[in-house]
Design a protein around this ligand. Sequence first.
Ligand code: NAP
Ligand code: G4F
Length: 420
Amino acid sequence: MKKALITGITGQDGAYLAEYLLKKGCEVHGIKRRSSSFNTARVDHLYKDPHERDVHFFMHYGDMTDATNLIRIVQEVQPDEIYNLAAQSHVKVSFETAEYTANADALGPLRLLEAIRILNMTDRVRFYQASSSELYGKVREIPQTERTPFYPRSPYAAAKLYAYWICVNYREAYNMFASNGILFNHESPIRGETFVTRKITRAVARMRLGLQRKLFLGNLHAKRDWGHAADYVRAMWLILQQEKPDDYVIATGEAHSVREFADTAFREIGVEIEWKGSGIEEKGIISEIRDQGSEVGGWRLEVGGQRTEDRGQKSEVRKSSGSDKRREAIDGKAVPSSEFRVPSLKVGDVVVEVDPRYFRPTEVDFLLGDASKARKELGWEPRISFHDMVSQMVREDLEEAKRDQLCKESGYRILNYSDE
Ligand code: NAP
Ligand code: G4F
């Protein structure tokens, strides 16, 4: 049985990859950081009590900034494949934590490559480095391929640049099987809540249920080539199954702006947005609402109905009389809007505003990948469309919002983490 070691197992890609490799019949070992609170929610469903039979999923405490720990884990696990996904992966945060980002994202991969060398495992281990389209930064050509020159625009991208080249260097210097996947943005319902896509889908879902009034965003013009994480972890695996190590762009070849992403997400709940003003004065205003009936998880949207602030009192009234109905609605059975009144959004509501706090000192305006090499050599194609991905993210966030709604209506305090 092949053994894979995944750093960053608790992150979005780590979780998708672990599940994918387990299905392929691998034994999967993940490195997780010690944290003062639980940080394994994305992989908890894969965990089995180690005393049971047929356990193929294991986790080890570790950190990319701790070389001796990495050496010990690689020695203990004796992996056939290492997927280095761990990173401080937030571009904006990297401007505030530049040194730490360099330590984890640039020196971290070096430590792992050295661990392989120190343990004399260069001939048997295949190494995948999670490189990023952020390397292209201020893009030199459109679309970007494996041959497009890099121009990093953040401490994160500069750290990833070192990681990219150290991976290439160890391949050439020590004949190691070390490959870079230059992955363009990829998202999913388990994307970190502070990346723009998830921030939007989460806000849209919460607005739908009256848990949030407004969404504050930064640069609405930025364009990204957004794919689905499930498709992208398949590419990671394919990269390590090739005869020779090499570097591959993984992208959909389709770009959308942040504004378009928001439009698509709002449309999922039957809301059309009109954008008015420009620069920091630009606003997203509801121009139309379509009643989606039971289409969105059993909730009916009241056009121009009761506002969010009015809800507390009403829900108190319902609490004593209508909890079963409310539960039915939460479980996804449609109830007539006359019986079960939900919070409203109305035409003319300003639901998106710009907050310059989310601007970056140096921005990456436009990323668009050309994955021809991956298509040809790996036989890789994205399977999930942009629209289906946004739809899935909104629906899953609606489920989460419903749980919060239930707590709120049962008298528990819920928090709205919208800051990043
Ligand atoms: P993510 O959700 O932010 O996950 C990052 C993972 O790294 C988490 O498990 C995190 O642990 C772990 N980590 C962070 N610092 C660490 C450290 N010092 N030591 C050990 N583990 C550490 O990121 P992702 O979206 O899954 O991305 C995976 C990788 O692909 C990252 O390297 C990212 O830079 C790169 N990438 C991502 C994209 C994308 O669009 N998603 C595109 C290109 C490249 P905690 O859970 O404890 O925080
Ligand atoms: O979602 P983002 O934070 O992702 P970004 O910066 O593109 O980085 C992600 O993708 C990279 C691959 O290209 C990865 F390497 C990296 O690890 C990470 O996964 O921002 C996307 C765009 C940016 O232009 C940003 O300025 O959205 C813009 N944006 C506008 N308003 C916002 C916001 N970004 C965030 N996070 N929050 C906002 O409110």
